[in-house]
Design a protein around this ligand. Sequence first.
Ligand SMILES: Cc1ncc(COP(=O)(O)O)c(C=O)c1O
Length: 431
Amino acid sequence: MTSTEHAAKQDTASAALPVVLGGRPRPAVATAPWPAPAGREMELLGRVVSSGEWGFDGPLEAEFERKFASYQDAEYGLCVANGTVALQLALEALDVGAGDEVIVPGLTWQATAAAALDINAVPVLADIEPGTYCVDPADVERLITPSTRAIIVVHLYGSLADLDRICEIGARHGIPVIEDCAHAHGSRWRDRGAGSWGTLGCFSFQLFKTLTAGEGGFVTTNDPKLREQIYSLRNCGRRRPGSLDQHWRPIQSGNYRMTEFQSAVLLAQLDVFDDQASQRDRNVARLEARLTTLPGVAPMDHPPQRTRISPYEFAFKFCPQEWDGLSAGGFRVALEAELGVEVSTVNEPLNGAPLYQPHTKRRHRLSAAHWDAVNPARFELPVAMRAYREGVLLPHKVLLDDDAVVAVADAIARLHEHRHALARAELDADV
Ligand SMILES: Cc1ncc(COP(=O)(O)O)c(C=O)c1O
């Protein structure tokens, strides 16, 4: 063999090897920046600057509220400061307060539980369903007590919570349901928008979300009284201009408003959002179809009621028994190296998450009983723990790149082919 032939052979071998085993790095998938300008941002921002209407209740805010609420199939929508505040105000609008119990999934971003905690309610952590990683309706029902005042469901990682069962349980017990839709803009259950099923729906427009203005939040509802209540709560207790509610009285609240600049950006982003959501939905379907055919991994369940999904993150399962000793952590690191994009775990369950520690803040020491009640360690979340070990998350921008879906599947297949070497290398690294 000539030296040129030898080099060519080595080159081919290196191309076939996973990157963490010395293979040649491949071009990163999904290199498009996020967030990305949609087109009209500068024009609309310019309009705001010259109008002098920089604060709240501006014309662009009113237009965005109308358009986004209708896009999610809700009657009313109100902009608020962020997604955390949206959840807090939704609870307060339902008159949830001191000592009331709020059932939330044990697997979610900390804000879902923190919103209840910060209004002096008691977050009660429910376990999740293994097929969707969303809250388990049976566990929700098990946790209902005479003190339960709200149920919050979270639509996560390419799944929607089972709204049929949760809404039925809520209705049967007379407990309102709040949908945390921070990951579910544009997603639909039985072809009706997320956020229109519960009594209230809450969205985040934080920088990385699929619809963003850097920061911002939104509350949807079909109830005209709750609309007035959310408006007052977000605006220091004031009456909504144009409100016809005869029974309205000023209430105690603070400033949870959004600015007209953010509405300008959101309106521009909304121009392209539906196309992006369709593309994400299409690529979720393509990726799920490929994942069912690959060894070592499994897609999440896809109930037929999930008629459209435009997730913030896409999850699938690592099946440890099919990797001859390679750990889920080792797989994530190897996949990240293959793809050149962040590959992560699902959120750490809230009974042990470093960013959800009510006991680090004296403000929650309302009484010895409350202190005990808000201790998240009192909940057992075995299914959420398993999801934390086996779940693999990809960012949504992978779904905005049609080629990435193929690259993800090819990378998983390549890693599986080299699983013995990967497991050995992981073991050596640990020693
Ligand atoms: C599920 C969930 N709920 C609520 C929030 C809170 O949104 P925000 O960051 O806008 O306060 C987030 C934020 O990432 C989230 O992931």
